[in-house]
Design a protein around this ligand. Structure first.
Ligand code: ZN
Length: 133
């Protein structure tokens, strides 16, 4: 693992939360993007070496909609940048972590991603993320 790449925050009202984080961080999001595979709208704020990702569900089947139902708004996941996602997935599997997919998926912000089930990580949804070169 190289660093915390971003922290994902589940929000109910995307435009209100973009406004709130603009006020908080003093900067506009540098991109907004729809991730079809997760049925979410996302926006990214750069904050030094790392980023904040806001996530809004696009429909009620979205994993983010289910998260909001269960927990309300708040920290949804922590994303770690890795050099080689397949190697890291293999290592974590051997360590007993439960991965949510067998192969990496295209995520937001030009990344390959894989999630680790919160049940196997102290209640925290972990995202592995590798830049697509
Ligand atoms: Zn993320």
């Amino acid at each position: 693992m190289k660093k915390i790449e971003h922290i994902g925050i589940a929000v109910k009202d995307f435009s209100a939360s973009n406004g709130l984080f603009y006020k908080l961080l003093g900067e506009e999001p540098y991109k907004t993007e729809i991730v079809e595979s997760e049925k979410v709208s996302t926006s990214f704020f750069r904050i030094g070496e790392t980023k904040i990702e806001l996530l809004e569900a696009m429909d009620e089947d979205s994993p983010v909609a289910k998260f909001l139902e269960k927990h309300g708004e708040g920290i949804h996941h922590i994303a770690f940048e890795v050099e080689d996602i397949l190697t890291e997935m293999d290592r974590l599997k051997k360590e007993g972590f439960q991965l949510l997919s067998d192969i990496p998926k295209p995520g937001a912000d030009n990344k390959l991603v894989c999630f680790v089930h919160p049940k196997s990580a102290n209640g925290i949804l972990i995202e592995l993320t590798q830049e697509i070169k």
